[in-house]
Design a binder for this molecule. Structure first.
Ligand SMILES: [Zn+2]
Length: 417
C-alpha cells in the first residue's frame, strides 16, 4: 500500500526527471543482462557488492551517467537485488527481473525523501540534482518518509508514491459473511444478491481507441507521429485505469466494512479464461465474420479482468488491516452446482442469468447461486481447514451445509458511483 500524489514538474525540471528514469533503466537493464549471462554451472553472477563497484566504475567512464545522481542509480541496483531475492524466494514465486522498456511506465526512487507542504493543496519533494518538485497534496503523507518513488506513466503523467501501512477500516463485527462470484455481464455478484458493475470503456472512447490502434499500425516505427498516437492511446487507457482503481477502492471498503468473512474465487485457475465466440458468416459456411463488437468486447474484458485482480488485492490488504477474513476457494462448477441440493449439471444453468436445478427445481439468479456456492466452500474451509474438492458435472455433490436463508431472488444492481 502506498500513498500516491500527482506530480506537476516545472517544464525546466522535466529533462532532469527524464534523465533519472533513463539512468535507472540503463542500470537495471545492465544488471538484467549480466544476470542473463550466468547459468547454473557457469559460476555465479556478480554479487551485489560487485555491482555497486561496477556502477562506480561505469560512472567514472561515462560522463553522461556521472552527470546523474549516484543515489538514484544505486537505488536501481537495490531494487534489482530485491527483485532477485523475490525471484529466488520459494514462498514468493515472483517473475525473474526483466528488461525495462522505454515505452512502459518509467520511474526512479528517492532514498531519503524530504517533502514539505506549501499550501493546503500543494507540497514539494526534493529530487536529487533536480531540486524541489511540486506535487498535489491530495492524500495525506505517512508520518515517516523513507524511500519514495517517482513514476511517469505512458500518458506522460508524473506521480510520487510514499509507502505507507494500510489503515484499518473503522468497523464493528457484523457477524455477516459473503461469497462473491465474478459475473460476465456485471463485474461481481454477491451471495446477498447484489450486483456491482465495473467501469467500462464508453462506446465513444472505445471507437477512438480502436481507430488510434489502426492508425498506429500504419505509422512508421520510431516516428514522431507514432509516438503521439501511442500517447493518445495511453491517455485513454489511463483514464479507464483511474476509474477502475477508484471502483476497486470503493467496493473493497464497502465489502470489508459490512462483512466478517469474505470468500472469493481463486484467481488464475486454468480453464477459467472466457473466450469470445466467433460469429459464423451466414453467406459463407465455414467462414467467420470480422466482429467489430469483438474488439470492443476485448477491451472491456481486459478491463474487467484487471478489475478483478485489483479488487482481490485491495480486499486482501484492507481485510488484513481490519481483522476481516478473506478466503480464496476453487471456483470450478460453482455455476453448475445447485446451492440447495448439490446436484451439479451444466443444464442447471438455463441461461446467462437463470439457474434452474434439474433435480430439485430450485430457481435463482445464476451468478447469485454461484456466489452462494463460493460462500459455502469458504465456510467449509474455515470449519475444517480443508479445501472442498470441486465436483465434476453429473455427480451429485453432497450438501455442504444448510442453505442460507434466501431473501430476494432478483437482487439489486449497484453502480459504484
Ligand atoms: Zn437442486
Amino acid at each position: 500500500m502506498a500513498v500516491q500524489n500527482r506530480v506537476y514538474p516545472a517544464p525546466a525540471q522535466l529533462p532532469g526527471l527524464r534523465d533519472h528514469c533513463g539512468h535507472v533503466r540503463f542500470v537495471w537493464n545492465l544488471a538484467v543482462e549480466q544476470q542473463s549471462w550466468y547459468w547454473p554451472g557457469r559460476g555465479s553472477a556478480p554479487s551485489s557488492a560487485e555491482r555497486y563497484r561496477q556502477l562506480t566504475e561505469a560512472r567514472q567512464a561515462e560522463p553522461w551517467l556521472a552527470a546523474g545522481s549516484s543515489s538514484v542509480q544505486q537505488q536501481a541496483l537495490r531494487d534489482f537485488d530485491r527483485a532477485m531475492a523475490a525471484f529466488f524466494d520459494p514462498a514468493n514465486p515472483a517473475r525473474k527481473p526483466d528488461y525495462r522498456s522505454r515505452h512502459k511506465v518509467q520511474g526512479f526512487a528517492i532514498r531519503d525523501t524530504t517533502a514539505r507542504r506549501l499550501s493546503r493543496r500543494w507540497g514539494e519533494v526534493l529530487v536529487p540534482k533536480v531540486g524541489w518538485v511540486r506535487f498535489r497534496w491530495t492524500r495525506q503523507l505517512p508520518g515517516k518518509l523513507a524511500v519514495s518513488r517517482v513514476t511517469c506513466d505512458r500518458a506522460g503523467r508524473w506521480h510520487i508514491s510514499f509507502p505507507a501501512p494500510q489503515p484499518a477500516i473503522k468497523r464493528e463485527p457484523t457477524g455477516r459473511s459473503v461469497g462473491i462470484d465474478r459475473g460476465v455481464r456485471t463485474a461481481l455478484v454477491t451471495s446477498d444478491g447484489q450486483h456491482y458493475r465495473a467501469p467500462r470503456i464508453s462506446d465513444r472512447r472505445a471507437a477512438r481507441y480502436l481507430a488510434l490502434q489502426r492508425k498506429l499500425s500504419r505509422q512508421h516505427k520510431r516516428s514522431k507521429n507514432r509516438e503521439r498516437t501511442r500517447r493518445q492511446m495511453a491517455l485513454i487507457s489511463a483514464r479507464v485505469t483511474d476509474r477502475r482503481k477508484d471502483w476497486a477502492e470503493k467496493i473493497s471498503t464497502r465489502l470489508v466494512r459490512d462483512n466478517d468473512v469474505i470468500v472469493l474465487e481463486q484467481l488464475n485457475t486454468p480453464g477459467m479464461v472466457r473466450r469470445p465466440e466467433p460469429k459464423p458468416d451466414p453467406d459463407q459456411p465455414g467462414a467467420f465474420l470480422p466482429n467489430r463488437a469483438r474488439s470492443k468486447a476485448g477491451l472491456n474484458r481486459s478491463i474487467l479482468a484487471s478489475c478483478w485482480g485489483l479488487l482481490g488485492q485491495r480486499l486482501k490488504d484492507k481485510s488484513e488491516a481490519s481483522g476481516v477474513t478473506v478466503l480464496f476457494v476453487d471456483p470450478r462448477f460453482t455455476s453448475q452446482q445447485c446451492h440447495v441440493c448439490g446436484h451439479t449439471q451444466p443444464e442447471n444453468r438455463e441461461s446467462q442469468a437463470v439457474f434452474r436445478c434439474q433435480e430439485c427445481g430450485h430457481l435463482d439468479h445464476a451468478d447469485r447461486n454461484a456466489a452462494l456456492n463460493i460462500l459455502a466452500r469458504g465456510i467449509q474451509l474455515l470449519a475444517t481447514g480443508e479445501l472442498v474438492p470441486a465436483h465434476a458435472p453429473g455427480h451429485g455433490a453432497p450438501r455442504l451445509h444448510q442453505p442460507l436463508a434466501t431473501t430476494s431472488a432478483a437482487g439489486t444492481t449497484l453502480e459504484a458511483a
